[in-house]
Design a protein around this ligand. Sequence first.
Ligand SMILES: [Zn+2]
Length: 180
Amino acid sequence: MEKTGLKIRVYGDRILKKRALSVKEVTERHAQTLSQMAQAMYETGGIGLAAPQVGIGERLVVIDIGQGLYKLVNPCVTKKEGQQSMEEGCLSVPEVSIKVKRAKKIVVRAMDETGKPLTLQAEGLLACVFQHEIDHLNGKLIVDYASFLDRIRIAQKLAELKERSDDESLPESRIKPRKL
Ligand SMILES: [Zn+2]
């Protein structure tokens, strides 16, 4: 398979802090984007990916925890029940994990890649991943759940990631000096 060309945005990239826009009408372009996002998720070994993580400011997510692929447009949680705490990582915050408290059981409303409305129920890990990806659509990252001690623990790593993402926004010639 060809590479998707989608690049995972890392902590420090401003798009990760922005609220993604609702999709008004699901088109072929959205279906294609969702397929490319799924491919990028599998290539990077992720179990979920939200559009802002690949630089797209629209409410699209893909999820696969090993029980089948979900490709969702405008997902939102309509019901929450119970509580769970899991150690979460994120493709956009590599080498960092944070314990995040979330609802244990949820109901999610969304559309599929053809625009058909869906209602899904999830619990445990799947519920956790849904909430994590929907957070991305609202500009929220796992680091926003960090406790005071977490913040001390991950400060160095975050500074490194931020520096790396600043570097990447420089013109290419400044990152890799051309060989003469
Ligand atoms: Zn994430």
